[in-house]
Design a protein around this ligand. Structure first.
Ligand SMILES: NC(=O)c1ccc[n+]([C@@H]2O[C@H](COP(=O)([O-])OP(=O)(O)OC[C@H]3O[C@@H](n4cnc5c(N)ncnc54)[C@H](OP(=O)(O)O)[C@@H]3O)[C@@H](O)[C@H]2O)c1
Length: 333
């Protein structure tokens, strides 16, 4: 009885702290990017463009005259977004190409299709991700959050690196998350995506997500250091009420939290501003992490030995599924 009461008090305390944190972030991040348009005429690929921040950014890119490739796993949702974007902006250079980050062959096919249409790539926006996903191993027997948010992005970016390298002033953007600060390099090193993870509560899910986003940061920093010719930018949208939370806080005990989040979190327009700023600002240095349009953090300088071990494991986990795809795509590691 006493234990139940104390648990309820603890749960309420945590909900209040979380709500305070979300509110604080919202006040800290009220700014809108007013940079001059720097995307007109650029070829931009944006993943996860069928929903949330990616979808909002696709409208902004099209309005500014970019040639946009929307990448997503649902053809139907993709066709709808293309139609909506074209109608709203008048830009007819908006296309959809299917991409499922949980399927390595789909990533290879996406890149082949894209390269059949375009010779250059000015900007690749790695935006797609999942959070709080019901526990699942993909068809490659890899943990789904880690594969979607990191391994799939690692493969997609590796396949497109050569094209980015040969496009003058190209940019590679990774949409990150503050959740990466909740885990350590050791967590990333000891995580084995081949083992099923039974995430049971919010803390388990945020740890899993944090590991995938820290791995992504390590890769982003490696690319920034290895390829000075590509502008690498990491972006943190803040807390944004989007379908990414579709599986979170569904139990009756979490209903208050869900309600507060839906009311207090930023909307997509606000949450997309750091990404829109990354796309349009003329004063970014490679390797920075943008939390809002005023705050840019310098390079974190991860341990090179950890980076090498992560990259070697990533090559091993993705490479063996690349039937017929030249392994030279990994020569840069
Ligand atoms: N919202 C936040 O509070 C928040 C905070 C920090 C960071 N972020 C980051 O912001 C980015 C955008 O998230 P969001 O909030 O806009 O979420 P969202 O609305 O759920 O959008 C995520 C997109 O990723 C796509 N996606 C998921 N799994 C995929 C797969 N296997 N293959 C290809 N595409 C896949 C989704 O496609 P479907 O439409 O088919 O599901 C969707 O278009 C993510 O990187 C996220 O980690 C968000």
């Amino acid at each position: 009885m006493v234990a139940t009461f104390l648990n309820a008090v603890e749960a309420t305390r945590r909900q209040i702290i979380s709500a305070g944190y979300i509110l604080l972030n919202r006040w800290k991040n009220p700014l809108e990017c007013r940079c001059q348009n720097r995307v007109r005429g650029k070829v931009v690929v944006i993943t996860g463009a069928t929903s949330g921040i990616g979808r909002f950014t696709a409208f902004d890119l099209a309005r500014k005259g970019a040639l946009v490739y929307l990448a997503g796993r649902s053809r139907e949702a993709g066709a709808t977004v293309v139609r909506e974007v074209t109608q709203a902006t008048g830009n007819r250079d908006v296309h959809f190409l299917p991409l499922d980050l949980t399927e390595f062959s789909s990533i290879v096919t996406f890149v082949q299709e894209f390269l059949r249409c375009e010779e250059k790539l000015d900007v690749l926006v790695n935006n797609a991700a999942v959070f709080h996903h019901p526990p699942k191993q993909t068809q490659h027997n890899l943990e789904i959050v880690f594969q979607t948010n990191y391994l799939g992005v690692f493969l997609l970016s590796s396949l497109l690196l050569d094209t980015l390298r040969h496009t003058p002033n190209s940019q590679l953007i990774f949409v990150s998350s503050e959740a990466h600060r909740l885990v350590s390099l050791k967590d990333v090193e000891t995580f084995d995506p081949r083992e099923a993870v039974h995430a049971e509560n919010f803390d388990d899910h945020i740890k899993l997500y944090g590991i995938s986003k820290l791995a992504l940061r390590i890769f982003a920093q490696f690319v920034a250091e290895s390829f000075p010719g590509i502008l690498v930018t990491e972006v943190n949208p803040g807390n944004v009420w989007t379908p990414i939370y579709r599986h979170a806080w569904l139990s009756w005990r979490d209903m208050l939290k869900r309600l507060l989040c839906s009311l207090l979190m930023q909307d997509v327009q606000e949450g997309a501003q750091p990404l829109i700023h990354a796309l349009n600002s003329s004063s970014l240095q490679s390797g920075i992490y943008l939390s809002d349009i005023l705050q840019a953090e310098g390079r974190p300088g991860y341990d090179p030995a950890v980076t090498q071990r992560l990259l070697a494991a990533s090559v091993e986990l993705t490479g063996k599924y690349l039937d017929g795809t030249p392994k030279e795509i990994y020569n840069f590691i």
